[in-house]
Design a protein around this ligand. Structure first.
Ligand code: MG
Length: 159
């Protein structure tokens, strides 16, 4: 059996008049995240963890923000592409673990929905995805509410 791990990280700036989508879940907030696509930093970090685990390039290479086709894109499309690359190499996902860093909105109540969303798009059984919410303790860009970031790790298995 072969085992591979991957890590992904992403950060997007807070912006007015933008949607806030985290882990594929639309979040009700008076602001959103700036970005070329839907700016879902959780799914972007997830993509990079999957791509990195199979030694592929990063999300910006496959879905550049200079490509008009990616403008306003639903980031679940990027995840499906990364998942196909994982499967094409004969791997399956054992588990995914996510840390989402946001001062606001408070993400605690959203964790179950984000977990279910990611398990659904990766076609994983319940209990395969961990989601943790952290604040920035009022320091740094995240703590001042200027940005939201996410870190994701994945474990892949090939029998
Ligand atoms: Mg991004």
């Amino acid at each position: 059996m072969q085992i591979r791990t991957g890590i992904g990280y992403d950060l997007h700036r807070i912006a007015a008049d933008r949607p806030l989508v985290l882990g594929g879940v639309k979040v009700s907030a008076p602001f959103g995240l700036a970005g070329h696509s839907d700016a879902d930093c959780v799914l972007h970090a997830l993509c990079d963890s999957l791509l990195g685990a199979v030694g592929a390039d990063d999300i910006g290479t496959y879905f550049p923000d200079t490509d008009p086709a990616n403008a306003g894109a639903d980031s679940r499309r990027f995840v499906r592409h990364a998942l196909e690359m994982v499967r094409a190499r004969g791997y399956r996902i054992s588990n995914v673990d996510c840390v989402i860093m946001a001062e606001r909105p408070r993400l605690g109540p959203l964790k179950p929905a984000i977990r279910e969303s990611i398990e659904g798009m990766l076609e994983l059984p319940e209990g395969s995805v961990g989601v943790k919410a952290k604040t920035g303790e009022e320091v740094g860009a995240i703590g001042r509410g200027e940005a939201i970031a996410a870190m994701v790790t994945v474990l892949l298995i090939r029998d």
